[in-house]
Design a protein around this ligand. Structure first.
Ligand code: G1P
Length: 291
């Protein structure tokens, strides 16, 4: 690649079952669970838009139609509330719909995150792209007075680094050593504060086998070569095709950069993280918006 290509597209793998939230997720996608009054998937799409992306590709599965409906008009409802104060509750999602394009593909079999990303190849084609896992809800850093700063959310930070290094970029954060089996773990050389040149990665190692406690969180910028690597990747942890295994190969043959992003991340795939996110957004967004 000789010239930096703009990141225009983001993939959202959203086919998973969300079993940790049963029974709530029995008949609705986990990505539609609301943190205060907004579904997880909307936070993820807004983070991509903030980073300058407007083509959103969803890798969906059976039982996920509510996501497609969410990014579409609902004439009956809009007619019903037209002219009332309730209309403003739709302003954020309307802005998202007006400024984005939404593309949906079904992953027929759930063979892992790597497989989900490979399923999205027809949406992406031959250009670098972003991946956001909506379960990981990221917020921008606040200053010491708990106010917003100019720093944008994680995806914008990853894209800045992509523009600088023009290689695959992953977001990381330090996790307690006993939690390594829930994450992809990286190790590498720190080439600038919080920025690592990755030399190895391992998916969900037991604490005793983890090379570090630096965990990948659900934000990636990938070059289109990743699809070739994924085609060669054999099933790994849990018998699934893992993006971590494909990236490990990229790190060996090309380059992968990992960054400790600024801001906070809530693990909304767990009940505890979900409750923390709810408290955060109630305090920092919702209360302010109604006052
Ligand atoms: C996936 C990835 C893992 C990463 C995690 C971040 O795992 O496979 O490498 O650390 O997302 O949330 P999952 O949580 O889907 O099991």
């Amino acid at each position: 690649m000789t010239q930096t290509q703009t990141i225009r597209k983001c993939l959202f793998p959203v086919a998973g079952y969300g079993t940790r939230f049963l029974p709530a997720t029995k008949s609705m996608p986990k990505e539609m669970l609301p943190v205060v009054n907004k579904p997880l998937i909307q936070y993820a799409v807004e983070e991509a838009m903030e980073a300058g992306i407007n083509k959103m590709g969803f890798i969906t599965g059976r039982g996920k139609r509510a996501i497609a409906d969410y990014f579409d008009n609902n004439y009956e409802l809009e007619h019903e509330i037209a002219g009332s104060s309730k209309e403003q509750n739709l302003s954020d999602i309307n802005a998202v719909m007006d400024n984005g394009q939404f593309i949906f593909m079904r992953q027929r079999e759930m063979l892992g995150l790597g497989h989900a990303i490979l399923t999205g190849e027809p949406i992406i084609g031959d250009e670098p792209f972003a991946v956001i896992l909506a379960d990981d809800l990221c917020v921008a850093p606040l200053n010491q007075h708990k106010q917003k700063t100019d720093t944008l959310r994680a995806m914008s930070q990853l894209i800045d680094l992509y523009n600088q290094y023009q290689c695959c970029i992953v977001a990381i954060e330090e996790v307690p050593k006993e939690d390594t089996a829930s994450y992809g773990i990286i190790c590498g050389d720190e080439i600038a504060p919080g920025i690592y040149d990755v030399d190895d990665m391992v998916e969900k190692p037991k604490p005793a086998d983890a090379p570090t406690n630096m965990a990948i969180i659900g934000r990636y910028v990938l070059t289109p070569q990743i699809f070739d690597y994924l085609r060669e990747t054999k099933p790994g942890t849990n018998g699934e095709i893992q993006i971590t295994d494909a990236l490990k190969q990229v790190a060996k043959e090309e380059r992968v950069i990992a960054v400790k992003f600024a801001g906070e991340r809530f693990d909304c795939g767990s009940v505890e993280g979900f409750v923390q996110a709810t408290n955060y957004f109630f305090e920092h967004e919702f209360k302010k918006s109604v006052n």
